[in-house]
Design a protein around this ligand. Structure first.
Ligand code: ANZ
Ligand code: ZN
Length: 866
């Protein structure tokens, strides 16, 4: 037979699916009696070209979409573009191309690439977040949410790049310097818009419990990110100021108050600011601290440094006792109250600090079991130690708390603080409000007008969208919207006076926080069509990279709640199932000059890579790493599709590793996948005379035919379960298994043989269809079917054929499980006994002794008694 030609078959089937509208979404009313299924892969940023990570991600989603469609679900499987963001502005600055032109050009290129993959996507629902027809609704919802009290405007600290004149995310600060400019980053206070996500901290935490189809690691990461801590606020009246002032600290360990030996303020604390105004040395210290930027990690790892203010803080429990007040670089301004009391004996940071500044170390908690001399030794050793004791125990040296366990002591301390009006129990979160203002051009404009007399005024709904001006310049550093000659100058909607537009734009995470809801009704005149949203949401299966475990997925969960409160959706949790796929890796190569060499620049000889055809300049094979431009170990999906076809790329992506793990891209692997497509084609079309006509009635089956019949159905059932469980590599293995069984099939009775082979081949093609859809369609047609496979229901396994003809029984020796034995279902007791006693582990357990009795409970268990 002729070889399978993916080059001609793939575009042909893509056109056919398109022409027939196979993947057009059916509204609820068009799909009576069907359950809906919404499968979504995280939408791409239009960087210019798709990469292998996209291929893996979208192939998985596509398998699910095609599978669910064949299983009778009404499927929504859309695609769009997360199209705002910095790279477009960088391109504008570097290549003098307009961000919009750059973005839409990239979208067009990437759309073509994705279409060449043969994805079962409803392209009629496509949108880009940079399109005013999308972001106008985002602006409208922002105004709704301002009205609903979900948003606030407040001052906060940001990393400021003084050269690029822009705010930097923590990740953009590298060793205290801006990632682009290399200039030392400053900490600046800016007034910005915030989503009040902290108000929903507890609800977001609680919601995680119900997300059973989310990976545990993602739920744990979100839990840690929200970082709920129960503790207390404690007031320490400060002595030495000209005014009455009580320092408020947050602690999770009020039980250790008797061990307090200092208080410390953050460099950004209001009292620090006040003191620094009159203290040049302190001001210099604060500036030094600010150079650390705002990243928690940088602050955690920096050497602990402090500045003694000379002030004293009065202890809330000990009459007449006070502790020194420091400014310390490790105290974060935006955690708790921005101030702490230090208990060196029981907190490592405080211990480090105390040893550096010669402050007392007063142990106040000891392990419960210690008593008498042992306890004395423990306490005196801890007093001299450099390591804090943060374990559990009971309070000591703590007056009314003595003898209480940590939890009890915390409660008692809080009770006392409340009675004294010097503090109260409280819950603190690590989670910060979500700052959404960005001083950038290529983002959704914040629909606010600032008026000198009326304040911040919402843009009237009728004036939405606030569109980005096209004529902007990137010549000057800073925000082009700010430099624009006319754009920001408008009349105040309230008083008509001179006013200015807000020139900040939204964080692009806002755009990606609701796109999944927009896909339910992408052309609606309102942000969502509530009926459509109620029908399609939640997303049944969401697939994407684990790098979005926290920010995107937490913001989207918050935004969904905010949309519910403003009447745009009817649910809290947007994603019922979440799957985080592994990365695509590749070997790295280094030339003699130490530079990275791309795979397609290599010449291979005897399994070794060289820089030249003559194999004179060897190349070193480096580690296997995530494909990245910087290491030059990327493979261009389009090149692979051109060479082998999309099905080969898809098949390889699914076959090699479990989907949650990394998969290593290798040339041999891809060639193996390609060879399988050819073998598949030969199995299906190589000997048409060996197959019965489609739909032929089933004849009586002889033993060998019955065996293949049974195998096919068992494999179908197993593969179906694998795809349901997103175990694509296992599904692939089942396809190989069935292909092998068909290849090995030697019919005896001709009619029976033809019939079961036809059944097995048909099933093989149907089962492979979600994974290699083009090859499957071509095969289906070659097999004489008149339907389009994409519209053919999934085959159903015959339950009666699934019963195993063997059973596996646990084998116990004296009641302890040692091994298991697999025997024919109808084996008699003597045969089972013999098989069980033959097991090595059982023989070891018997240790040469003869069993007194062997009890065989048929179908259940074997128990050997010695
Ligand atoms: C006294 C104390 C004694 C503390 C002790 C711990 C152990 P989590 O669990 O993360 O919430 N803290 C409070 N505010 C801080 C800030 N702005 N910057 C740096 N550290 C801060 O941590 C709470 C603990 O971190 C608090 O409890 C406080 O130190 C410190 F044996 O108070 B603790
Ligand atoms: Zn006004």
């Amino acid at each position: 037979t002729a070889r399978y030609n993916a080059k001609t078959a793939e575009p042909k089937w893509q056109e056919t699916w398109d022409r027939q509208g196979c993947f057009r979404t059916r509204e609820e009313s068009e799909a009576p009696g069907k359950d809906k299924y919404y499968v979504l892969e995280m939408f791409p940023y239009p960087s210019g070209r798709i990469h292998m990570g996209h291929v893996r991600n979208y192939t998985m989603g596509d398998v699910i979409a095609r599978f669910k469609r064949a299983r009778g679900f009404n499927v929504l499987h859309p695609m769009g573009w997360d199209a705002f963001g910095m790279p477009a502005e960088n391109a504008a600055m570097e290549n003098k191309v307009h961000p919009a032109d750059w973005t839409y050009k990239n979208i067009a290129a990437m759309r073509g690439q994705l279409q060449a993959m043969g994805l079962a996507i409803d392209w009629e629902r496509e949108f880009a977040t940079c399109d005013p027809s999308y972001y106008r609704h985002e602006q409208a919802m922002f105004l709704d949410m301002v009205e609903a009290g979900l948003i606030t405007r407040k001052k906060s600290y940001v990393n400021w790049d003084p050269v690029d004149m822009t705010v930097l995310a923590n990740e953009q600060v590298i060793d205290g310097k801006g990632w682009r400019s290399g200039a030392p980053v400053e900490r600046r206070e800016l007034t910005q818009w915030f989503f009040k996500i902290t108000d929903k901290a507890d609800d977001l935490l609680k919601g995680l419990e119900g997300l059973e189809r989310w990976p545990d690691k993602v739920r744990i990461m979100q839990t840690n990110w929200i970082g709920r801590s129960e503790g207390a606020r404690v007031f320490f009246p400060v002595e030495g100021l000209s005014k009455d002032y009580s320092l408020e600290v947050f602690t999770t360990r009020p039980d250790t108050l008797f061990g307090a030996s200092f208080c410390a303020l953050s460099p950004g604390h209001p009292l620090t600011r006040e003191l620094a105004e009159k203290d040049a040395k302190l001001a210099a210290f604060v500036r030094e601290c600010e150079q650390l930027g705002t990243s928690e990690e940088a602050i955690e790892t920096a050497e602990k440094k402090g500045y003694d203010t000379g002030l004293r803080a009065r202890h809330p429990f000990i009459e007449g006792h006070s502790v020194p007040v420091f400014i310390a670089n490790f105290v974060l301004m935006d955690y708790g109250t921005g101030a702490i009391f230090g208990c060196p004996a029981h907190d490592q940071r405080d211990m480090d600090f105390a040893r550096k500044y010669a402050l007392p170390v007063l142990p106040v908690v000891a392990p419960k079991k210690l008593q008498g001399a042992e306890l004395e030794t423990f306490l005196s050793e801890l007093g001299e130690a450099n390591e804090a004791f943060d374990g559990d125990g009971v309070a000591v040296n703590s007056d009314f708390l003595n003898g209480l366990e940590v939890t009890e002591a915390k409660r008692a301390a809080i009770e006392k603080l409340e009675a004294l009006k010097l503090g109260e129990g409280t819950v603190n979160y690590r989670l910060r409000d979500w700052g959404i203002s960005r001083q950038r051009y290529w983002g959704c404009p914040i629909p606010i007008i600032h008026c000198p007399s009326c304040g911040s005024v919402p843009v009237p709904r009728a004036d939405l969208p606030v569109e980005l001006p096209r004529d902007v310049s990137f010549e000057k550093p800073g925000n082009p919207l700010d430099h624009h000659a006319t754009w920001k100058h408008v009349a105040c909607p309230k008083c008509g006076g001179k006013a200015e537009r807000e020139t900040d734009t939204f964080d692009t995470f806002v755009d990606s926080s609701w796109y999944f809801a927009r896909f339910c009704s992408p052309k609606a005149e309102t942000p969502t069509d509530i009926a459509a949203a109620n029908y399609w949401l939640p997303v049944d299966q969401y697939i994407g990279g684990v790098e979005h475990a926290v920010l995107h997925l937490l913001y989207a969960r918050f935004f969904t709640r905010a949309m519910k409160e403003t009447g745009h959706v009817g649910l809290d949790e947007p994603f019922t199932g979440l799957f985080t796929q592994g990365m695509v890796t590749h070997e790295t190569y280094k030339g003699p000059d130490g530079r990275w060499v791309a795979p397609d620049e290599l010449f291979w000889k005897d399994g070794k890579p060289f820089l030249d055809e003559a194999a004179r300049t060897p190349v070193k094979v480096g580690a296997i790493e995530k494909m990245s431009k910087s290491k030059r170990n990327t493979i261009d999906p389009t090149a692979i599709i051109d060479q082998y076809g999309a099905d080969t790329a898809r098949w390889f992506m699914l076959s090699d590793s479990p989907p949650e793990r990394d998969v290593q891209w290798t040339e041999e692997g891809v060639e193996g996948a390609w060879r399988f497509t050819q073998r598949f084609w030969r199995i299906v079309t190589g000997d048409p005379a060996s197959l019965a006509e489609p739909g032929a009635p089933m004849p009586a089956l002889d033993e060998v035919a019955e065996a293949l019949h049974r195998t096919a159905h068992q494999i179908l059932a197993a593969l179906t379960a694998h795809i349901e469980a997103l175990q694509f590599n296992k599904a692939v293995a089942r396809i190989y298994e069935l292909a092998n069984a068909i290849s090995a099939f030697k019919p005896q009775d001709e009619a029976a043989g033809k019939w079961v082979k036809r059944e097995a081949v048909d099933m093989l093609v149907q089962m492979a269809a979600p994974m290699m859809p083009h090859l499957a369609e071509e095969s289906w047609q070659a097999l004489g079917h008149e339907t389009i496979l994409a519209e053919t229901p999934w085959p159903i396994a015959d339950e009666s054929l699934l019963v195993e003809d063997s059973v596996t029984l646990p084998v116990q020796v004296n009641g302890k499980r040692r091994d298991e034995v697999t025997v024919p279902r109808d084996a008699d007791k003597a045969a089972v006994e013999q098989a069980a006693l033959g097991l090595e582990k059982v023989r070891n357990a018997l240790d040469g002794k003869t069993p007194k009795k062997v009890i065989v409970v048929p179908g259940r268990i074997v128990n050997v008694v010695v």
